[in-house]
Design a protein around this ligand. Structure first.
Ligand code: UDP
Ligand code: MG
Length: 337
């Protein structure tokens, strides 16, 4: 079967309240797209939804074979849902977007134009963000600037999410990156190719609540840092050098006081502060080490990144675990010997 020219990837986690409207908006955009692209597909990834989402997607897919569904065996998280989409999407251009209509599907038309102009990545930068709390906007703003400072080499755009278009060469490259803790937007920057920003107004969520509570956001931030930088590990050396210098100066003072002034036992406060600061710095560094060691542990287990329970409207594909390793083996098994 011929590959579609455009694929849309839409992760879905408990989005029953928005699916009908999403379908309506998609139909509108797709009819406009018909003059711009030869053929299209939409790959929905049901990330272990517990509401009616999967049932609704099944109904959509039975009425429209170009709507395809990858259904996870449980919730694996937004970034792995996107990964499954990238693994399955066959378009020459692939667009990643949220289901909640915060990323207006109409922007896809503009992305296609940029792609036709020769760009491999068109990433959408938020000119405005409606309906997001001040807290979310503030933390995001600080975090991305901090991340940018930390990474140095790989420039990760500020105020951009995963809403973007990537060309097939980029998709094929991303498929080769099988790390477990993923920060997809960073990985896309890392890949390189010709990238172009596109300004858009981020709308408010159409219905329902954010699926990114603070704890998930925090985990996402730690994944972003640890998957692109080992600067936190170096922090130990800097802290060590810093405290050693303070210690040397202070020791000289202590010796001086002892020899020339014959001081008595004093300095309980200094001692307590030194012990408290010292132990907390050490625990903090052990924690950072733990973050990295834990990630190494999870990588060496080489488990598949996600497990699919069901695939709908994919021709000749089977559900099951997915990892580069398993895919390669399956590929080998299929080759005629
Ligand atoms: N999502 C997902 N798995 C999760 C959390 C979220 O697939 O564990 C999807 C969700 O359905 C939506 C997108 O990821 O399509 C972005 O989530 P959300 O809109 O809740 O995040 P926010 O816009 O609030 O950052
Ligand atoms: Mg959202």
């Amino acid at each position: 079967m011929e590959r579609p020219e455009l694929s849309l990837i839409i992760p879905i986690f408990n989005e029953a309240l928005v699916i009908d409207e999403l379908r309506r908006r998609l139909a509108e955009v797709m009819s406009k797209l018909e003059s711009q692209v030869r053929s299209w597909e939409v790959v929905f990834i049901d990330d272990g939804s517990k509401d009616a989402s999967l049932q609704m997607l099944r109904e959509m897919a039975s009425a429209e074979p170009r709507f395809k569904v990858v259904s996870f065996a449980r919730n694996f998280g937004h970034q792995l849902a996107i990964t499954a989409g990238l693994d399955r999407a066959e378009g020459d251009a692939v667009v990643i977007m949220d289901a909640d209509l915060q990323d207006p599907p109409e922007v896809v038309l503009e992305m296609i134009t940029r792609w036709r102009d020769g760009f491999d990545v068109v990433y959408c930068v938020r000119r405005s963000r409606a309906g997001e709390t001040l807290f979310k906007r503030a933390t995001a703003s600080v975090f991305y600037r901090f991340l940018r400072w930390m990474l140095g080499g790989v420039t990760i755009p500020v105020d951009a999410g995963d809403f973007r278009l990537v060309s097939r060469p980029v998709v094929l490259t991303l498929r080769a990156l099988r790390e477990r803790h993923r920060f997809v937007r960073g990985m896309v920057s890392w890949v390189g190719f010709k990238q172009s920003p596109l300004l858009y107004d981020r709308e408010a969520r159409f219905a329902g609540e954010t699926k990114y509570p603070f704890t998930k956001m925090l985990r996402f931030a730690v994944d972003a840092i640890t998957s692109f930088s080992i600067l936190p590990l170096r922090l130990a050396s800097w802290l060590g050098v810093g405290t050693a210098m303070v210690a040397i100066v202070y020791s000289m003072y202590v010796v001086y006081v002892k020899l020339y002034l014959g001081a008595t036992v004093q300095g309980w406060a200094t001692l307590m502060i030194a012990v408290a600061l010292g132990t907390s710095a050490q625990l903090f560094m052990t924690g950072i080490l733990g973050e990295y060691v834990g990630r190494i542990y999870e990588e060496v287990k080489r488990r598949p990144l996600y497990v699919t329970a069901e695939l709908i409207n994919f021709v000749g594909a089977e559900a099951g675990p997915s990892s580069r390793y398993l895919d390669d083996r399956r590929e080998k098994a299929r080759e005629p010997s």
